[in-house]
Design a protein around this ligand. Structure first.
Ligand SMILES: Nc1ncnc2c1ncn2[C@@H]1O[C@H](COP(=O)(O)OP(=O)(O)OP(=O)(O)O)[C@@H](O)[C@H]1O
Ligand SMILES: [Mg+2]
Length: 205
């Protein structure tokens, strides 16, 4: 199946775009959502996290203390590496599993850190980058998350630069205007991907 990797800087609109693709009928797999599921109560990632980080990273109800763990990995690169070593293989395995099960004309795989991790190139045919201005990234993320502007800029500084991301894209999806324009842009891409998927089918016959 034709697979499109979807990425972009923090707050650029990846999740919004993925939602529109799904409404149009594309198959959508979101690695953030998988990561969240894998670290839910009783999920397979949790035992390994408990063994590595200890009970103090869990809430009394048995759920992961996400805020505490986030603060740790933010300030401690070694801890970040350890957490990623636990989660990344689990996430990737779930992605390949979900990819095999999905029935749709084509697939959109959302990987926020696609270029940074480099772990999903082999699973996709093209990479679509959602792009917006850096000030827009800051204001959209602040409005949604409660992070300060400085915190958002720190996260941005730890991601690949906007210029490099755009340079490495197969397709670019500008998200500078409002929601209606975004829907229209995604519709156009959807039509294009349907054509590409149909071409793929013909070639395989
Ligand atoms: N074109 C737009 N106009 C106005 N607001 C937008 C637009 N696109 C996205 N937003 C808003 O900006 C915020 C961030 O968008 P979204 O969650 O889709 O981005 P994201 O790239 O998935 O972010 P993250 O990196 O945090 O996962 C959301 O509140 C969303 O509703
Ligand atoms: Mg998102």
């Amino acid at each position: 199946m034709l697979a499109i990797g979807l990425t972009g800087g923090i707050g650029c609109g990846k999740s919004s775009v993925a939602r529109i693709f799904a409404e149009l009928g594309a198959g959508v797999i979101d690695t953030d959502e998988i990561a969240h599921r894998l670290t839910h109560k009783d999920a397979p990632g949790l035992a390994a996290i408990a063994a590595q980080f200890g009970a103090e990273y869990f809430l009394p109800d048995g759920n992961l203390d996400r805020a505490k763990l986030r603060r740790l990995v933010f300030s401690d690169p070694g801890a970040k590496e350890k957490l990623e070593a636990i989660l990344h293989p689990l996430i990737r395995r779930q992605v390949t599993f979900d990819m095999a099960a999905i029935r749709a004309p084509y697939l959109v795989l959302v990987v926020p850190l696609f270029f940074e991790t480099g772990a999903y190139h082999d699973l996709v045919d093209r990479v679509l980058v959602v792009d917006c201005g850096e000030d827009q990234q800051v204001s959209r993320t602040m409005a949604r998350s409660g992070l300060t502007a400085a915190e958002v800029r720190t996260i941005m500084a730890n991601q690949i630069s906007r210029a490099d991301r755009v340079r490495l894209a197969s397709d670019i999806l500008p998200n500078h205007a409002g929601h209606e324009e975004l829907v229209e842009t995604v519709r156009k891409l959807h039509r294009r991907y349907l054509e590409l998927a149909a071409d793929d089918e013909v070639r395989k016959r």
